[in-house]
Structure formats: C-alpha cells, structure tokens
Design a protein around this ligand. Sequence first.
Ligand code: SAH
Length: 211
Amino acid sequence: MNQFANSGDKLAQQLKSLGISNQKVLDAISSVPRHLFVDQILAHKAYENTALPIGQGQTISQPYIVGKMTQMLVEHGVTTDVLEIGTGSGYQAAILGRVFDKVSSVERIRQLQFNAKRKLQQLDIYNVQMKHGDGWQGWHSKAPFQAIIVTAAPTSIPEQLKLQLADGGLMVLPVGGETQTLVTVVRQGDDFIEKHWESVKFVPLVSGDTL
Ligand code: SAH
C-alpha cells in the first residue's frame, strides 16, 4: 500500500480551508506527489503546509503560497506562457505545468535545475522548459509572457522581468529583505501597476553569478 495515497487530496483539502478555491489549482495540488521533491528523510513531512529544505541552502515553498500565487495567475485570466524564476525543487513548476499550457523556469544552481528536470520527466510533465541561468535576466528568447512568478525575493522589482511581460500580463513576486511583501505588477502598455498584498518569507533572489 502506498504510504502517500490520498496525501495530495488531504493537502488540497487543507489549502481549500485556507482560501484556495480554484478547482484547477486544487486538482494540481492533489495530483503532484510533493514527497518526490524533498529529501527522502523529510518525505513524511512533505504533505504538511510548510516550507522544507531542498539542499544548497534553498527551500521548497509552503504549499499554501504555491497555491495562492498560482491562483492569482488563473484569476487574472492567464492560460499559457508562464515564466517561473527560481525552479528550486521543481514542485511549483510541476504545479504550473498541470495548470497552464506552456511554462518556462529558470534556476541559478545547476544541480537543482538538473534534479528538477528529472523529476518532471518522471511525472511525464513535458510542457515545462527549464534552463540554468540568472533569473534577474528572465528568459529573453521566450518573452513576452502572460505571467511571471518569482519564487525568491529580490530587494526591488527586476527591470528585465517587467519588460518581458506581455501587455496585460501579470507578475507575482515577493519583494524585500528581512521583511517581504507579496507584490503584483500588471503591465498596461508602458505603465506598470503595482499592488502590495500579504507579508511573505522567501529565500533571496541572488544577484550575480550562477553556480
Ligand atoms: N519554486 C521553488 C522554490 C525554490 S526556492 C520550488 O518549488 O521548490 C528559490 C530558488 O530560487 C532557489 O532554488 C534559488 O537557487 C533560486 N534563485 C535564487 N536567486 C536566483 C537567481 N538570480 N536566478 C535564478 N534562480 C535563483
């Protein structure tokens, strides 16, 4: 008997009680086996609503915030061409792959990027393209994006990412240092409309070299 049978369903139920209401997002949470994205010794904690270490000083985000950010994109009307910055374990990318038609994801640590790619292949998720690179630069050749989701916190909104948004497109990202706020940016022509939401806690979006 599979130790994790129904675990995804229970996690989705929990997120529903916390206000994640979109069925497509809840179905993705139910169906993606989060225990595959964490170290085996932490697998028993994989379906708790907490962030967990994934090595290299990085973390897999809390499921609630994964659901929340994904739902914000759905509610904005996004259907395809989503860019994620900070692939990490690949869990958020897998969720995005189940919800949207075409997803791209950038990670600065080669080992994490490599492992994440393998995990998505294992799950037969083929609509997510990944690359090793610096997320501050986005993914120029694939722009423009209907949405950009940043899963590490920059101290200010990266200019290149704003420019890679399609007209009407939405970016969701944590901004700050010690204290961070979830921010949305909607592009309207040459205007970028910012809104500030709840406080959040992400690892920093590192500047400079890739590893
Ligand atoms: N979305 C991930 C969360 C990973 S934590 C998941 O579902 O597991 C944030 C990730 O952002 C880390 O893997 C970190 O290495 C990466 N990161 C930090 N700075 C970056 C940068 N400048 N460019 C690309 N990735 C970056």
